[in-house]
Design a protein around this ligand. Structure first.
Ligand code: GDP
Length: 172
């Protein structure tokens, strides 16, 4: 039955071109999710239903332009901060956004997941794994390297987002 399915809103942030829409499209076709109920058509929001540890949850992914939007909307359970490992400016944007969010208290009581995409483009890499890990560690964020292009770690990310949300929810 539908009534005990928890729904969580997940904000997705990142510079243009890092792969946000590619990622969410990939989530929609992921093997670890159930088919989403198309009757509940929510414009501009994309939802996936996940069965994890015998419990179903729904994640709603919403593109968020920046810190201001988050201040107006406190309903997000998780923040996905995405950059591309071949785009140094996109990494710097994550760095700036995290700093501003910290200053505005927006990281508290939320799962924060830093996602480094496009690891398939190894020869063009501009941001090392270590640099990513260091930044994530500074803000107590989870860190994962993925490639939407070759479907590397995409299911793991989806499960990781829900796991972090459940951990935070159990603490508050
Ligand atoms: P958005 O602006 O953040 O939504 O980025 P898009 O999802 O539109 O992706 C921008 C471009 O990067 C597209 O051409 C994607 O096909 C490409 N792209 C996304 N993920 C990957 C990846 O993991 N590897 C490679 N090589 N290209 C990717």
């Amino acid at each position: 039955p539908d009534h005990d399915v928890m729904t969580y809103r997940v904000a997705v942030l990142g510079a243009q071109g890092v792969g946000k829409s590619a990622l969410i499209s990939q989530f929609m076709t992921s093997e670890c999710i159930n088919a989403y109920d198309r009757q509940r058509d929510i414009p501009k929001e994309q939802s996936v239903s996940i069965m994890l540890n015998g419990e179903e949850s729904e994640l709603q992914f919403i593109y968020v332009g920046g810190v201001k939007e988050l201040e107006k909307d406190p309903s997000f359970a998780a923040l996905v901060m995405m950059y591309s490992v071949v785009d140094k400016a996109s990494f710097q944007k994550v760095e700036q956004d995290l700093q501003r969010m910290q200053e505005h208290g927006l990281l508290r009581n939320r799962a924060v997941i830093m996602v480094a995409n496009k690891v398939d483009l190894a020869r063009s890499r501009a941001i090392s794994t270590q640099d990513g890990k260091c930044l994530a560690c500074t803000y107590k964020a989870k860190f994962i390297e993925i490639s939407v292009g070759i479907n590397h770690n995409v299911d793991e990310l989806l499960v990781g987002i829900l796991t972090q949300i459940r951990i935070k929810a159990s603490l508050t």
